[in-house]
Design a binder for this molecule. Sequence first.
Ligand code: HEC
Length: 144
Amino acid sequence: MRVIGVFLLAGMAMAQAPTYEPIASTQQLMQGMIDPASKAIAEAAKDPGPADNRAWRTAMLNGIMLQESAQLIKMGTRAKDQDGWMKACQALADAGAAVQKAAAAKDVAAYQAAAGGINATCQGCHGVYRQRGGGGRKQDPPKQ
Ligand code: HEC
């Protein structure tokens, strides 16, 4: 009886575990999350830095969004390999974490330094993994 109970519980746990269903392509995550978050972080880093509590919170949330989206581009078929791609994703996540930490502390100098470090992580991945000359990219080059 007890054994059956354990199996039943395990079965229920499995049935309840949500499966992750990817919706966005890597390109769409770039366009919809990563690029807007990084632009907003850079904008808020201009002197004198985020103006008030709300602006600091937004800056912090954008750092969090970079980390979350770095997770998303690691998943499933978005991952181009298990090595350099994962490291490039981690670099993006680390940059986002630095932004989050500085914004949580409302430390302008640390925030500006963290914001300034983001572009290198974008380019570190694009230089290796992003093919040049595709349709949307030709018409609408990213401003980084
Ligand atoms: C781990 C790799 C990786 C990182 C890190 C990364 N990107 Fe990308 N990015 C790509 C790839 C791959 C594409 C091409 C996607 C495609 O067209 O299928 C791309 C495309 C883009 C595009 C073009 C989207 C379009 O309109 O076609 C923008 C804008 C962009 N990235 C912004 C950024 C910014 C800003 C950052 C840093 C905050 C960043 N990316 C970090 C891999 C990365």
